[in-house]
Design a protein around this ligand. Structure first.
Ligand SMILES: CN(C)c1nnc([C@H](N)S(N)(=O)=O)s1
Ligand SMILES: [Zn+2]
Length: 262
């Protein structure tokens, strides 16, 4: 039904402000991170990720990305520390990527784009009772962003890319238990952090972004499997490969980006 947001010419990021005026707000994401302008903050403690007995539930194609959902009814997979005052529960992770061989990340670093960007989305379960409630609060969400750079094959990512053929169409969901996202982390947890928003509608300005400096490396073949996903549902004859599902950088509007490292 009706006109829905997406990444095409008629419903893409430049059009979103019509249905979501906050798109032109002062705390929008992603942004271009300029390392030389980031402020080192010695008070920033290390990020603490406790994903040990995390509980993935499913992997699905929501028509915008491929999403791995987690049970967020307890404290089994949480992030804390760093710029965060409270403990945030992992709800889901998903990716943004480009077309063959070209840019696909949402955040950029001094104008450099990466092939893809992984977002681990968490919500503040200390202060709020649900993701929806948290999503409406400035300190409600925390998204950990990890860049994917083209290089050698990433062994752990195979668990994800080998499942993609089963969620080819929008609306497909399959069981995906026992996946622990800590296998997708780079060696260093050094990061930049700034106050921003969801990068897809409803674009709520409720996200503390934590962007890791060190990328993980994945092969072009693995990235190619993301592009076999489709934006459309099985019944839709108008087949469109899922690619370039990223929002370009938005104005910084005077925000300070802090760095956990010198
Ligand atoms: C409702 N949830 C979990 C999300 N809503 N928008 C999301 C965006 N994909 S992002 N990129 O995480 O801001 S994630
Ligand atoms: Zn995202």
């Amino acid at each position: 039904t009706g006109h829905h947001w997406g990444y095409g010419k008629d419903n893409g990021p430049s059009e979103w402000h019509k249905d979501y005026p906050i798109a032109e707000g002062n705390h929008q994401s992603p942004i271009d991170i300029v390392p030389a302008e980031a402020v080192f903050d010695a008070r920033l403690s290390p990020i603490s990720l406790c994903y040990n007995n995390c509980t993935s539930v499913s992997i699905s194609n929501n028509g915008h990305s491929v999403v791995v959902e987690f049970t967020d009814s307890d404290e089994r997979s949480v992030i804390q520390g760093g710029p965060l005052e409270d403990m945030y529960r992992l709800k889901q992770f998903h990716f943004h990527w480009g077309g063959k061989g070209c840019r696909g990340s949402e955040h950029t670093v001094g104008g450099k784009t990466y092939a893809s960007e992984l977002h681990l989305v968490h919500w503040n379960a200390i202060k709020y009772k649900s993701f929806g409630e948290a999503a409406a609060a400035p300190d409600g969400l925390a998204v950990l962003a990890i860049f994917l750079e083209l290089g050698d094959v990433h062994r752990a990512l195979h668990q994800i890319t080998d499942a993609l053929y089963m969620v080819k169409f929008k609306g497909s969901v399959i069981n995906f238990k026992g996946f622990n996202p800590k296998c997708l982390l780079p060696n260093s947890l050094e990061y930049w952090t700034y106050p921003g928003s969801l990068t897809t509608p409803p674009l709520y300005e409720s996200v503390t972004w934590i962007v890791l400096k060190e990328p993980i490396y994945v092969s072009d073949k693995q990235m190619g499997k993301f592009r076999t996903l489709l934006f459309n549902g099985e019944e839709d004859d108008d087949r469109k490969h899922m690619e370039n599902n990223f929002r370009p950088p938005q104005p910084l509007k005077g925000r300070t980006v802090r760095a956990s490292f010198e």
